[in-house]
Every structure is written in structure tokens, then in C-alpha cells.
Design a binder for this molecule. Structure first.
Ligand code: ATP
Ligand code: PRP
Ligand code: MG
Length: 298
């Protein structure tokens, strides 16, 4: 079996499975990166850019980007901090997915009801450094001996540790809380909030290509938080309508084949659009249309 030749290609690391995998594939698709990944191969050459994709465990990507020949990567802030790569890799962009919290959890029934009450006990986690730092701080604060809390590493299914008698508490990721609840656990403390980020090697040989990919990804992410709002309005109400939908730079205003009426086309933050539509309607706007934006450069 031969490895693809990655000479003169930017290396872009993408999670090979798990929660971030599908999101990353969508993102690559949306930025026009074309590739074919052969079954069981972890390297794929991009056919329309000098880029090679490497599919790695999310937990290892920060380390590769910080210290290896990997130029660009997608991973979580949690992993960046846990692998102590924060100072060695540049965070280029927050990607708006992979949002969750790293929390201290204890059994609902008979467990400690504060993180302080776990000091000196047994903790199991996939994030030993972050957990250690957190409990060292709690030990200092509660006046307990430094190092008295035992932190043990497991690589997955952390939530099983209390039920199986290995731990008094765990430190694990929580999004919906379903995993935690199903294991009979509750959160007693939050260590950090995390989301996925695009990171770059500080000494990349391809700064221009890194910037090109960053800008493309930013375009797709930005497009997801906006919609295009179009409506017709009487000229007399235009000034007021502009205060409701000022747009990023300014709204586009076009003439209509109806005296004293204009058409307005403007970008609006998606989460605000329902309120804006109500307000526009109330001031006499008609034919208010909302269109998705699939990509943009702003
Ligand atoms: N439930 C979740 N919701 C949102 N983001 C998450 C969730 N679980 C993990 N993440 C994010 O994704 C990163 C990778 O975790 P993930 O569980 O996908 O990897 P994995 O454990 O290697 O894969 P798998 O769970 O399939 O074995 C985490 O470090 C975190 O940033
Ligand atoms: O709050 P929730 O929405 O339930 O999500 C949180 C769970 O998601 C992740 O686990 P994953 O499914 O990746 O399994 P793993 O623990 O084996 O990695 C994480 O480790 C939590 O267990
Ligand atoms: Mg996982």
C-alpha cells in the first residue's frame, strides 16, 4: 500500500470520527474543498487545492498542529487547553459547533453536592490536566493538602466510572445533559465552556493558503448567522425602516414600478429576524421575504 504524496501540500487535520466529523465534512464541502477518501485511508488529497486532509482523533489534533508538520486543524478549545497547545497554535476562528461544557459531576443519589466536597476524593476523566488544575485550586481554597484529590484518566465512557465504583466524581463534557442524567449524575461545577475552533501552526509554510481557507470558512460561518431580508415599503417610511434593518453597511434600496414605493434588500441577524418582520409589517412594509444565505464574504 502506498501513502499519497503530500509534498508541497498544506496539511489540514480533521477529526476522523465522533461529534465533530459530520460538521467538518459539511464545512469542507461548503468551502469547495474536493477530495476522495479511500476506505480506511486517513490521508486524502484535495483535487482542486494544494491541500492534503489528514483524519485524526480530535483529541490529538491540537498537539499535531502545535508541534508537528500539520498546518491547519479543527478541534475543541477543551482539547487545545488539555494538550497545553494553546500557546503554540494560533486560534483563527470559532466555528459555532461542538459547543458544550466541561463539568464536574457527582452521583445524584448519595454523591457530593458541591465540588468542594469532592476534594480529597477520586475523580475520573479524559481531561486529567484540566481536572488536576481545577482540583489543585479547590484544594488551595478549601485548605486541604495539595495533591490529595486523585485524578485518574480513562479514554471514554467516563460517565460509567461512578456507577462502577472507580470514582466519587467525574469531569466530563456536557451538552444536552442526557448522558449525565442517564448515568444518574448531576453537574456541581463548570470548568470551562468550549466550542470547535480552527487552529494553525505558527510556523506554517503556507500562510497565504491558510488565510484563503480561513476566509472561506469564515464566509460559510457568517452566512449561517444571517438571512437576506427583502421587503417593499412606502418611501415615507423608509427612514424608519432603515433603523430597524440598517444592514451591515447599508440596505440596498431599489425603485419599484409603483410610484413612491421602494424595494429593500438587507442582511439581518438570523436570531433577530422574526422580531424585525413584526416591526416592518407594523409600519406598512409588504411582501417581506426571508432568504437563506449559503455563503458570503463580508
Ligand atoms: N456532546 C457533545 N456536544 C458538543 N460537542 C462535543 C460533545 N462531545 C464532544 N464534543 C466536542 O468534540 C470533541 C471531540 O469529542 P468526540 O466525542 O467527538 O471525540 P471522540 O471521543 O474521539 O469520539 P467518539 O466519542 O466517537 O469516540 C470534544 O473534545 C469536544 O470539543
Ligand atoms: O450532554 P450530552 O448531549 O449527552 O453529551 C455529552 C456526551 O457527549 C460526549 O460523549 P460521546 O458520545 O462522544 O461518547 P464518549 O464518551 O465515548 O466519547 C461526552 O463525552 C459526553 O459523554
Ligand atoms: Mg466522545
Amino acid at each position: 500500500m502506498s501513502m499519497p504524496d503530500t509534498t508541497d501540500r498544506l496539511i489540514f487535520a480533521v477529526p476522523k470520527k465522533g461529534r465533530l466529523y459530520e460538521k467538518c465534512l459539511n464545512l469542507l464541502n461548503n468551502i469547495g474543498v474536493q477530495f476522495y477518501r479511500k476506505p480506511r485511508h486517513d490521508i486524502a488529497l484535495v483535487s482542486n487545492l494544494p491541500v492534503a486532509l489528514v483524519f485524526l482523533p480530535a483529541a490529538d489534533i491540537a498537539k499535531y498542529v502545535a508541534e508537528g508538520n500539520v498546518d491547519l486543524g479543527i478541534t475543541g478549545i477543551d482539547i487545545l487547553k488539555e494538550s497545553e497547545s494553546e500557546n503554540h497554535a494560533t486560534q483563527l476562528l470559532s466555528l459555532g459547533f461542538g459547543k458544550c461544557k466541561l463539568q464536574v459531576q457527582t452521583p445524584i443519589s448519595g454523591g457530593a453536592d458541591t465540588a468542594d466536597a469532592l476534594v480529597g476524593k477520586r475523580i475520573v476523566t479524559s481531561f486529567p490536566r484540566l481536572a488536576e488544575a481545577h482540583f489543585r485550586e479547590l484544594e488551595r481554597r478549601t485548605g486541604k493538602p495539595e495533591g490529595s484529590t486523585r485524578i485518574q484518566f480513562v479514554s471514554g465512557s467516563v460517565e460509567a466510572a461512578c456507577g462502577l465504583g472507580l470514582a466519587d466524581g467525574i469531569v466530563d463534557l456536557v451538552e444536552s445533559g442526557e448522558t449525565m442524567q442517564a448515568a444518574g449524575l448531576r453537574a456541581v461545577d463548570t470548568i470551562l465552556s468550549t466550542e470547535s475552533v480552527l487552529i494553525a501552526n505558527k510556523k506554517t509554510r503556507y500562510p497565504e493558503l491558510v488565510e484563503k481557507l480561513r476566509a472561506r470558512i469564515e464566509g460559510v460561518i457568517t452566512a449561517q448567522s444571517y438571512v437576506l431580508c427583502q421587503y417593499n415599503i412606502h418611501r415615507n417610511s423608509l427612514l424608519k425602516a432603515k433603523t430597524i434593518t440598517p444592514g451591515r453597511l447599508a440596505p440596498s434600496v431599489t425603485m419599484l414600478e409603483k410610484p413612491d414605493w421602494v424595494g429593500v434588500s438587507v442582511m439581518v441577524v438570523k436570531s433577530e429576524v422574526a422580531d424585525k418582520m413584526d416591526e416592518l409589517k407594523a409600519m406598512g412594509a409588504t411582501d417581506i421575504l426571508i432568504l437563506d444565505i449559503s455563503n458570503c464574504r463580508v
